[in-house]
Design a binder for this molecule. Structure first.
Ligand code: EPU
Length: 429
């Protein structure tokens, strides 16, 4: 299996351009299914989750053309079946967005139950509750979700938990439903706003995205459009955290600083100095790394998708920090890997107590999921000695050119492919 090999200790310096937001792209691309024309989507991150969703749409009958590495043109007009099944569907969480989009298009959807990162139970009860409120019936059968109705009709839907996925799916199903749908206690993440903006560019009538009440007035048709995806705030936060960990000084370009406020506030508390300039942020850390406490929350709170990266920083800070993972039940699996590198962290359910150590030591470790992998890269960059990260396909799901981008910032990091590993072993014999 491919690995990432890092010789730690280099302070990051220089500039890096942030790619388009993964979690916006994986909602917007399935949304194209609802269009009556061709959509051109720009600033798409070139990552394996996008390749996968492109293949899923192609299997459904869409024509998906890669105009360049960050632009797709999708013609959904040949999609004639509401059935999206198979192994590809089970590999990613966002495949469940085809439930909302196929239901919106055909009043019927049959979709494999979704996969994605494993951090505990990942229910879809709120998605289904939304579809039922719009007039659909559902059944779960043999690993598939079947949802159907005669006609979708707008309704008031109060979400029991704040869910990104359920908010997206209900928006997708409601956008062509008859009448007004009101989603209360909706998720407010930037990618929800981006999806609403994209749907509105196709002719939808959605307002309130970014607040906890979203109003969707159904329209009969959606047309093709050209749209550029927002920058990825989690990728941006990951590079800022890495520079903070190494005591470096970097500039990240192509970001929306407002989307990063909860992250930059914590990095400042930990001793980083930040300066915003339009769509760039400069960060440097010269002084000590301070402890702090973190609780993850839906946006605008501190994002769970930055929790492993910030915990890694805290494992090298002076003093004891408490990290409370309030979104997912089981998102501390990577802690065992950090402990191999000398971190002192004890986990009790959703709370981690992090005793800062002076430095981490390089070790062989495994990426247990996407953000866990990002956290291990940060640990490896700051550690003494060599870190070898296995199972890096998780990281490639969500970070475009991660190795090249860190090399550009002065890191000693490389990808070691299976072929190279076989050749090295053969040469040693
Ligand atoms: N939940 C329910 N019922 C539901 C849906 C969710 O109880 O029907 C609960 C979940 O168990 C969880 C909480 O609500 O405790 C939040 O889940 P949410 O639905 O918001 O998560 P998601 O849509 O499955 C997206 C991101 C995740 C990110 C979460 C939280 C995508 C494709 N995934 O997942 O991103 O952690 O929101 O912000 O947008 C990542 O990028 O690394 C990643 C895992």
């Amino acid at each position: 299996m491919d690995k990432i090999v890092i010789s730690g200790g280099n302070k990051l310096s220089g500039e890096v351009t942030i790619s388009g937001a993964k979690n916006a792209a994986v909602a917007i691309i399935p949304a194209v299914v609802l269009s009556d024309g061709v959509c051109r989507i720009e600033n798409i991150p070139n990552i394996s989750d996008i390749t996968l969703i492109g293949k899923i749409l192609t299997d459904l009958g869409a024509q998906v053309k890669m105009v360049n590495k960050n632009t797709l043109e999708i013609d959904p007009r040949r999609i004639v079946s509401p059935v999206a099944s198979g192994e590809l569907m089970r590999r990613m969480r966002a495949s469940c967005y085809l439930l909302g989009t196929l239901l919106g298009k055909f009043s019927h959807a049959v979709v494999s139950l979704p996969g994605g990162c494993n951090f505990g139970v990942r229910p879809i009860d709120q998605h289904l509750k939304g579809f039922v409120a719009l007039g659909a019936k559902y059944k779960l059968d043999g690993g598939m979700v079947h949802v159907s109705c005669d006609k979708l009709r707008g309704n008031n839907i109060y979400m029991d938990v704040v869910s990104v996925g359920a908010t997206v799916n209900i928006m997708l199903a409601a956008v062509k439903a008859e009448g007004l749908t009101v989603i209360e206690n909706a998720a407010k993440e930037p990618h929800i706003v981006d999806l609403a903006n994209f749907l509105n560019c196709m002719g939808a009538d959605i307002c309130g995205a970014g607040t906890d009440v979203i109003k969707i007035r159904g329209v009969k048709h959606l047309h093709g459009t050209t749209y550029s995806i927002i920058p990825d705030q989690i990728e941006a936060g990951t590079y800022l955290a890495a520079a903070t960990a190494t005591g470096g000084s970097i500039t990240i370009n192509n970001v929306i600083p407002k989307h990063l406020e909860s992250i930059t506030a914590k990095l400042e508390e930990m001793g980083a100095v930040l300066e915003e300039n339009g769509d760039s942020i400069k960060l440097r850390r010269d002084g000590p790394l301070n402890k702090c406490n973190v609780k993850t929350m839906p946006y605008p709170g501190f994002p769970t998708d930055m929790q492993p990266q910030i915990t890694t920083l805290l494992s090298m800070a002076s003093g004891t920090s408490i990290v409370n993972e309030a979104v997912w039940d089981n998102r501390f699996r990577y802690v065992e890997e950090l402990k191999r590198m000398g971190a002192q962290i004890s986990v009790d359910g959703k709370i981690a107590v992090v005793e800062g150590v002076k430095s981490l030591k390089g070790a062989p470790v495994k990426a247990t999921d996407l953000r866990a992998g990002a956290a291990l890269i940060i640990a490896g960059l700051a550690a003494e000695g060599v870190t070898v990260i296995d199972d890096i396909s998780h990281i490639e799901r969500g970070y475009e050119n991660v190795v090249e981008k860190f090399i550009g910032l002065g890191a000693d990091i490389k990808k070691s492919t299976c072929e190279e590993q076989v050749e090295t072993k053969a040469a040693a014999l």
